[in-house]
Design a protein around this ligand. Structure first.
Ligand code: GAP
Length: 452
């Protein structure tokens, strides 16, 4: 049985050290979470899988890691100052605030009153003061998407890598939104992480590339263990499109709280590069850009054959890391009924996402010979560079197996007294629960096979 409710996932995450409420000892801070010892591994593994598929497995994509604090002019030209808003209403009875488009039957979710103010736009961007004088004259925004920092680096990347169209720039990093109603655990948060690719193409080829990236991303999610039947596509209607988008296909996932956006794949046209380009009239920019930019850049690329300067169109697959973590946890979580009537909780994560790849367990706690042999084996397996290998010196094999099932460790390796004589160990597979006796020399190949 997959996770029945968000509560079950939240409980597992806290119990096993995946995700904690931030600043919990002070009552927390709404819409913010911390990733614990296993959560950070899972999150890093998901990001690595994205980076591998976007950057290493392609030769037409380069990486970037840009600043979070952003010059306000960037977000003015990009249209975010004016349009990156949610409709906000106040309840006149209990003074609570809500997103107008999240209300059911136009009633306050807190007290049920229908005495609400008219919706008004609320800008979602966080501001912070820059430098020692705090009089509002020098501020920066915390970026609301990684994308703008990619666009403003367009020329730097083109000049330093000699790319020609089509090509992309990939970035993973934090983004901040002052969500009116953060909710559903890590689904809607105020500080999140995004994995965004800006893929630059010749105008006219954009629709074809848009389709390409939707298919590519669906395949990738399925490789992360997200089942196809829980995914859906939503062709965003014109009235719901972001200000920069010609068309957007949202990849939707059946989260425990309902079918919601996991990733958006947008055709941003030449809106952003056009908006950040000076002397816009020199180029054939098709999108209605914000206004003549005060930047000193020409965010265009010269066609090698025609020598014409082109402001490329952008196809943008933009995924949330936190929503990705929630989806893969939801997919992997299972409470199984065993033949002996007992239950076991197991996280059947794809092994490349598992926080711990293998646990090496000496049968007897603190037995010097066994622990030393286990430490040697752990060192050897850790040296393969496949991810974290843990020496588990608890002395309780049954408990260790249960714990590692629950955190998704694909392989447990037990050393017993026979190991000291003939160097054989017992390997136990998380999914089949089958145990096998093999020579410890074979464990490297065994683990590599699991992680293939
Ligand atoms: N650069 C385009 C962009 O930011 P978006 O649809 O607003 O587009 C992209 O965001 C992805 O970021 C979403 O599909 C979602 O996975 C994630 N995301 C957006 N807002 C979020 C929030 N408040 N909490 C968690 N993830 C969020």
């Amino acid at each position: 049985m997959p996770a029945k409710s968000m509560e079950e996932l939240v409980a597992l995450c806290k119990r096993r050290g995946f995700i904690f409420q931030t600043n919990e000892i002070y009552g927390g801070l709404q819409g913010l979470f911390d990733y614990g010892p296993l959560g950070v591994e899972l999150k890093n593994n998901l990001k690595q899988a994205w980076w591998r598929s976007m950057v290493y497995e392609r030769d037409d994509v380069e990486g970037l890691d840009a600043a979070i604090l952003t010059n306000p002019e960037v977000l003015k030209q990009s249209g975010h100052e004016e349009t990156f808003t949610d409709p906000l209403v106040d309840c006149r009875s209990c003074n609570s605030r809500w997103r107008a488009d999240h209300l059911e039957k136009s009633a306050c979710p807190s007290c049920g009153s229908k005495d609400l103010t008219e919706p008004r736009p609320f800008n979602l961007m966080f501001k912070t003061n820059v430098g020692p004088i705090d009089d509002g004259s020098s501020f920066a925004y915390l970026r609301p998407e990684t994308a703008q920092q990619t666009f403003t680096n367009f020329k730097n990347v083109v000049d330093s890598t000699s790319k020609s169209l089509p090509f992309g720039i990939a970035q993973i990093g934090k983004a901040f939104r002052n969500e009116v109603t953060p909710r559903n655990f890590i689904f809607r948060v105020r500080e999140m992480e995004q994995m965004e690719l800006e893929f630059f193409v010749k105008p006219g080829t954009d629709e074809e590339w848009h389709q390409f990236w939707v298919k590519n991303r669906l395949k990738w999610w399925s490789k992360q263990g997200v089942s196809e039947e829980k995914l859906d596509l939503y062709d965003v209607p014109n009235k719901e499109l972001a200000h920069y988008s010609k068309s957007t296909i949202d990849i939707m996932y059946k989260f425990p709280h309902g079918l919601e956006e996991l990733e958006g794949v947008a055709n941003r046209t030449d809106f952003d590069l056009g908006s950040h380009t000076k002397n816009q009239s020199e180029f054939s920019i098709k999108a209605k850009v914000v206004k003549n930019s005060s930047s000193n850049a020409k965010l265009a690329i010269q066609d090698r054959e025609t020598k014409e300067w082109i402001v490329p169109y952008v196809i943008e697959p933009a995924a949330g890391v936190d929503r990705g973590v929630l989806a893969v946890l939801n997919e992997a979580y299972e409470v199984q009924e065993l033949e002996d009537g007992k239950e076991r909780t197991v996280l059947s994560l794809k092994p490349h996402l598992s926080p711990i790849k293998a646990a090496v367990i000496p049968l007897k706690k603190n037995n010097e010979d066994l622990v030393s042999a286990a430490a040697n084996l752990k060192g050897e397996l850790q040296g393969l560079g496949l991810g974290r290998v843990l020496l588990e010196n608890s002395g309780n094999i049954g408990k260790s197996y249960r714990r590692h099932d629950e955190v998704g460790t694909p392989l447990c390796i037990t050393l017993d007294f026979q190991t000291l004589e003939d160097q054989t160990v017992t390997v136990r597979n998380r999914d089949s629960m089958e145990q096998e006796r093999i020579h410890q020399k074979e464990t490297s190949a065994y683990l590599q096979e699991i992680l293939k």
